[in-house]
Ligand binder design. Structure first.
Ligand SMILES: [Zn+2]
Length: 97
């Protein structure tokens, strides 16, 4: 009986992760239960300047898109913004003056 109660309270291992959002919900039967949801992913930002990357899809919908639609198809696409990549290339060619 006691073990049964513990098993009811313990969430499935996939729900124990803190990447899941927990929300207490009062059911129509008056019970307080926990509902689990995926957290919303942050928008992709440039690793150098922190600007929002354009042409990138968030992780939650990226599996619906083809690979070329997920991020720009160029070196450092989806990691650096185009402006930072341009200056990165200039520095690598000219040398850091
Ligand atoms: Zn940048």
């Amino acid at each position: 009986m006691k073990l049964r109660m513990v098993m009811d309270e313990l969430p499935s291992p996939k729900y124990r992760s803190r990447s899941m959002l927990r929300k207490k919900v009062r059911t129509s039967g008056g019970k307080l239960v926990t509902h689990y949801r995926r957290r919303k992913a942050n928008k992709p930002v440039c690793a150098s300047c922190g600007a929002l990357l354009s042409g990138c899809w968030s992780e939650s919908v990226s599996h619906l898109k083809s690979k070329t639609q997920r991020r720009p198809d160029r070196p450092y696409g989806g990691y650096l913004c185009s402006r930072c990549l341009k200056s990165f290339y200039k520095i690598s060619v000219r040398g850091n003056e």
